[in-house]
Design a protein around this ligand. Sequence first.
Ligand code: HEC
Length: 139
Amino acid sequence: MIRRLMLVAAVAALPFVALAGDARRDAILADYAAKARAADKGFAAFSAQRGETLFRTKWTGGDSRTTSCTACHTANPRQPGQNAKTGRAIDPVAVSVNPKRFTDPATVEKQFTRDCRSVLGRDCTPLEKGDYITFMAGQ
Ligand code: HEC
């Protein structure tokens, strides 16, 4: 009986678990926003449009196999990707099809570091990171 009650309680709590995923993404964005503001007092808001440009631009500073984010994540973020270096499959990066995206701060930072260096040949700024997540959150 107690077991059954616990199960009911767990199922009832599920919508809140899903919402907590969004709260974690919001917290990541808030952290990048604070850093963007610290770097530039004129910072107003992240831009999905700038995020899309970052995603689609062909850069010249990085690895020649990966001149663009689309080299691995494909031109359509709702589609699965493929790692241009290893050939391994990558789950879609659009939040609409993959709601777990951008919810773990350590993973997000680790991948931004690795992927921005590979594509741009430098670290992405907090502004670029926030723009990118804002773009993907609307995809
Ligand atoms: C060499 C292939 C490759 C390229 C190019 C690439 N990525 Fe990725 N990316 C990956 C892999 C592999 C993962 C980790 C596996 C996964 O998350 O499915 C990942 C995951 C991420 C994540 C973590 C997402 C999450 O769920 O938290 C971010 C952020 C990210 N990439 C940003 C970028 C950006 C920005 C660019 C372009 C500047 C880019 N990636 C280009 C391979 C790539």
